[in-house]
Ligand binder design. Sequence first.
Ligand code: FES
Length: 150
Amino acid sequence: MKKIDKVLKKYDYKSSRIIQILNEIQEIQNYLPKHVLEYVSRQLKLPLSSIYSIATFYSAFSLKPRGKHLVTVCMGTACHVRGAPAVLNRLEEKLKIKSGDTTVDNRFTLKTVNCLGACALAPIVVVDDEYHGQTTVNKVDQLVQNYEKD
Ligand code: FES
C-alpha cells in the first residue's frame, strides 16, 4: 500500500479530495480494487458506502480491472442515429466481448457512454483519450488493429 499511502499523504488525508485520490489510485492500479477502497475508507475515516457512490457515479472510474486500452462507444442520440449500434456490434464481434467487459488478453475494455458532447463528429469511438469521429463499421477493424500493436 506504499503507493496508496503516498497518494493519501499528497492530499493530506482529506476526505474532501476523494475524487482526486480515486483518480490517482485508478491511474496506478488501472481500476479501483475493493481492498484498496476499504483501506482508503479506513485511512480517511470516510464511509465505504460514500466512496462507492462516488466511484459508481463517475463513469471514468472502474471497479473492475480494465484492459490496456479503453474503447468507449458513444450511444447518445446523434451517434445512435448515425450508426453507433452497428459500430458497437462490430467492436463486440471483433473483440469477442460485450460492452462492459475486458478481452481475455487484457488488451481492451469496451464500454458505452451517452453523449460525449461532440455530436458533430458522430458516431464517435474514443480509444483511451483519442477521439475517432465518423467511425463506420468498415473503419472498426483498422481501428482495433492500430491499438493491437502497442
Ligand atoms: S451523441 Fe455522441 S457525441 Fe453527442
